[in-house]
Design a protein around this ligand. Structure first.
Ligand SMILES: Cc1ncc(COP(=O)(O)O)c(C=O)c1O
Ligand SMILES: N[C@@H](CCOP(=O)(O)O)C(=O)O
Length: 465
């Protein structure tokens, strides 16, 4: 399988190179040159597979012949052995035809673990085979950082630098990033918001001299392997609700558009998905874009669902590429507009194509709090604020025969203050994380300045030449 850039000016790569590259050298994002497709009979035959077996079955076509089947199977099994639920991503019924897909049973209690545990092992394998080291940089609004640090801590072939917005992540998220004792882990609190952190990461990738000197790799969802791993739970949940003989819809709390793009990929691979619903908080750029056709960045406002406090939604570029019939020139034009004026307008036919697959909605902070309270009262189920955003958006839709799966992206204990303020119940961390909040913190505060961040990274990276 070959991977091509959404901006069409970077070389096509095989799977391992695409995984190590993260962002393409032309600033674009990698996508498989074609979508693997499974027939209804093949999908039916996946019923009853364990989560790791399903992952192997679905993801093998993406690897080409670069990772041998026994190695990939071992990597997948090891990745999901870190989860604390036998089903890995269990589906819980919360209403007559609605379900929460719990994606937070991994080591850091957020859906990011599902992909990150796999990605770290894949990278380690590729680097070991090549006898190389890599410097990993990542931007986080809270969850990617903790998941990446957990997955990469102590790995000899990588040094990891995570940029998080200083003072804008929850205390649990911060402690997950700052309490690692591993020498290869570096937590950087950047004076800015998530978009500033993500901008710095992309600028580091686009500084080719720096990129080559430190052997840069990325673990944000700009990395194709992150999206790839997330495809599996769309299949696992739909299969347990009757796929391929029954279509399912999904509502996804959305920020960087990686998670919901994995749903789009699952549909391309043959999974019968009726609607993909984008749920945003007050940072509603995606909901606005779907209703007006204009993608326009406004300032980020802090909310009770901080991991979704994002305006520049990286993976939307992958969808634009698809909607434009994979015309990289169109994507380059949109991205140039975004850089110059903070906005671009999607051509009518492309917008129609997007609207034929996706709906969108917004949940204000007040509505999200109400939803946490009402859901607890009605069903005894405690939502985190991100998942609650999606529950609210889904509840605004007309009743449908199609089952609605809400992606449960984080454990409520990651956001105890917001949950307590909403419903009076303070969720506690699971026993195996008790004591985490007493661990000593280690992090460095840096201004949102490319040169200072690059100097910090290159002076501490073991891969730097
Ligand atoms: C808990 C939680 N929910 C939802 C999201 C949004 O996911 P995505 O960025 O893939 O759209 C994030 C982070 O991005 C998150 O951490
Ligand atoms: N919400 C994310 C933001 C980064 O998203 P990613 O999926 O591109 O890594 C976070 O929690 O950090």
């Amino acid at each position: 399988m070959h991977y091509i850039s959404t901006r069409g000016e970077a070389p096509g790569l095989g799977f391992s190179d695409a995984v190590l590259a993260g962002l393409a050298r032309d600033g674009g994002l990698y996508l498989p040159v074609e979508w693997p497709h499974f027939s209804a009979a093949e999908i039916r035959a996946m019923r009853g597979l364990s989560y790791p077996d399903l992952a192997v079955r679905l993801l093998t076509p993406f690897l080409g012949d670069e990772i041998s089947p026994p190695v990939f199977e071992r990597i997948v099994r090891e990745a999901y052995a870190t989860f604390r639920h036998e089903a890995i991503c269990p589906l819980v019924q919360t209403g007559q035809n609605s379900f929460v897909l719990e994606l937070f049973h991994g080591p850091t209690l957020a859906f990011k673990d599902v992909a990150m545990q796999l990605l770290a092992r894949l990278m380690d394998h590729v680097l070991a085979e090549r006898g190389q080291r890599a410097t990993i940089v990542g931007a986080t609004s809270g969850d990617t950082g903790g998941a990446a640090i957990d997955a990469f801590a102590g790995r000899d072939r990588t040094d990891i630098f995570i940029l998080f917005p200083h003072g804008r992540v929850s205390p649990v998220q911060q402690r997950q990033m700052t309490s690692s004792l591993a020498a290869n882990v570096h937590a950087l609190a950047v004076e800015g918001n998530f978009d500033d952190c993500q901008g710095l990461v992309k600028d580091m990738f686009n500084d080719h001299a720096f990129r080559d000197r430190v052997g840069l790799s990325g673990v944000n969802s700009i990395n194709w392997a992150r999206i790839m791993a997330q495809i599996v739970y769309y299949f696992s949940s739909a299969l347990s609700l009757g796929a391929p003989d029954r279509a399912v819809s999904f509502t996804v709390p959305t920020g960087n558009f990686g998670d919901i793009f994995a749903g789009y990929a699952a549909k391309k691979m043959g999974l019968p998905i009726n609607r993909l619903v984008i749920a945003t908080n007050d940072n509603d750029i995606l909901a606005r874009t779907l209703s007006t056709g204009e993608y326009r960045t406004l300032g980020v406002v802090p909310t009770t669902s901080p991991s979704m406090d994002i305006q520049v939604s990286s993976n939307f570029e992958r969808l634009l590429f698809e909607a434009a019939g994979r015309d990289a020139g169109t994507v380059r034009r949109y991205m140039a507009g975004l850089k110059q004026s903070g906005s671009f307008t999607i051509e009518a036919a492309q917008l129609e194509r997007i609207r034929s697959e996706f709906d969108s909605g917004r949940s204000s902070a007040t509505e999200t709090a109400e939803t946490i309270r009402n859901t607890l009262e009605k069903s005894g189920y405690l939502l985190d604020p991100h998942t609650a955003t999606a529950v609210r958006v889904a509840s605004k839709r007309a009743a449908s025969e199609t089952p609605m799966v809400i992606l449960g992206t984080a454990h409520p204990a990651k956001f105890p203050d917001a949950v307590r303020d909403a419903c009076g119940v303070t969720p506690g961390l699971p026993a195996w994380l008790a004591g985490m909040m007493d661990l000593e913190e280690k992090y460095t505060v840096l201004p949102s300045d490319l040169k200072m961040v690059e100097d910090y990274v290159s002076s501490r990276s073991r891969a730097a030449g």
